[in-house]
Design a binder for this molecule. Structure first.
Ligand code: ATP
Ligand code: ATP
Ligand code: CA
Length: 222
């Protein structure tokens, strides 16, 4: 895989979420210091992390001796022990860690994390649930990225209705307000297609726009 810049991360808590973040970062070529109070978890991750250590992140001296302050990115993936998650986050911010990402368990947890300076707060189950529901409710959309509440990038398979027509014929941007960023044909990808580009049946269209405009394009053009 392509890695722009190799980064160093600390992952605290090797449950399903923290463990998965750890493995993926390693796969992407980064360095990971993996931390957990559970010796078995740490042993399991010896092969998936650059270093794996048994330590309790709620202890300030421990965090200092691990050199956590030298890392720009720390992920707090302590699940059920909200108190430990909050205390860890507080200590990391006090030590001056620039970017602290924390997995929150509920809205109260989220609120406290926000107050004490967590830089990113994620709700994996909730977020994944939303994504799954969006996929299930719209079978034309293959994948999507939410850019904001209003704008997204989506992948849609071209229908027979579009096949054989060019972007000018369809007048897509003028009519629907959305832009075709790229067209994928299997492994091949054509970035910013010409207006004269003729859509083919199996093309995967990568479309950017306002969510309502994207919906309109899907409903009316496809
Ligand atoms: P997931 O849903 O991602 O599996 P979870 O919600 O089940 O996670 P837990 O199992 O509660 O999360 O916690 C994740 C990990 O965090 C556990 O392996 C646990 O040992 C570790 N952990 C808990 N407290 C600390 C701590 N103070 N320092 C380091 N690791 C900790
Ligand atoms: P615009 O001001 O909309 O960019 P334009 O005068 O620059 O239009 P062209 O780029 O020649 O026109 O394209 C003609 C029309 O074809 C556009 O108005 C637009 O509706 C459609 N079109 C061209 N390229 C795309 C694209 N990548 N995605 C969606 N529609 C496109
Ligand atoms: Ca859990």
């Amino acid at each position: 895989d392509f890695v722009a810049i190799k980064k160093q991360f600390v992952i605290i808590g090797l449950g399903r979420f923290g463990g998965s973040v750890c493995k993926e970062l390693i796969k992407q070529g980064h360095e990971v210091l993996a931390v957990d109070t559970d010796e078995h978890k740490v042993n399991d991750f010896a092969k998936f992390a650059t270093h794996a250590v048994v330590a309790n992140s709620t202890d300030e001296e421990t965090l200092r001796s691990l050199g956590v302050r030298n890392f720009e990115n720390v992920v707090v993936a302590i699940g059920d022990n909200i108190q430990a998650s909050i205390l860890t986050t507080l200590l990391l911010k006090e030590l001056g860690v620039k970017n602290v990402l924390v997995k929150a368990k509920n809205d109260y947890h989220h609120k406290v994390l926000e107050k004490i300076g967590a830089d990113h707060i994620v709700h994996p189950e909730k977020d994944m649930g939303r994504r799954v529901a969006q996929h299930l409710s719209d079978d034309k959309i293959i994948d999507f990225i939410e850019l904001s509440d209003e704008y997204s990038i989506v992948e849609l398979f071209a229908t027979t209705k579009l096949a054989g027509k060019s972007l000018i014929d369809l007048n897509i941007r003028a009519k629907y307000g959305v832009t075709i960023l790229a067209v994928k044909k299997g492994e091949k990808i054509d970035i910013s297609p010409e207006p004269t580009y003729q859509i083919e049946r199996e093309d995967l269209l990568i479309v950017i726009g306002n969510n309502q405009d994207i919906k309109r394009f899907e409903d009316q053009a496809m």
